[in-house]
Each structure stands twice: as C-alpha cells, then as structure tokens.
Write a protein that binds this ligand. Sequence first.
Ligand SMILES: [Zn+2]
Length: 60
Amino acid sequence: MVDMFWVGCPKCRGTFCAATRDFKGQDREMICPFCSHAFKDTEGVEPQEGTGAGWLKTAK
Ligand SMILES: [Zn+2]
C-alpha cells in the first residue's frame, strides 16, 4: 500500500492526499486538484479540520 499524507493547498486551502514517498520532504511540486496550484511539501498548510484528515496526526 502506498503511504499517503494529507496536505492543505496554500492557495485555496483545499485538502488532498499525496504519496509520502514522492512528495514528503522532497523537492518536488504537488499539483492541487482543486485549483491546479503547484507547491512543495514545505509550502503546504495544515489540512483543514473536519475534512476527514483525523488520522494524519498519528501518521506524522
Ligand atoms: Zn488549491
């Protein structure tokens, strides 16, 4: 199973998940599925409350 993590888009605040292996701590850009904004893991914001990302806290 691919390890995923939740990330919040710094532009539209949309929350989505990305592959940890590919993007966590990597110098690669993720593309937001909501607004197509490209950003790196370090630019991501905390996932919004109430978006089903509750398990993220244990995954960190
Ligand atoms: Zn976005």
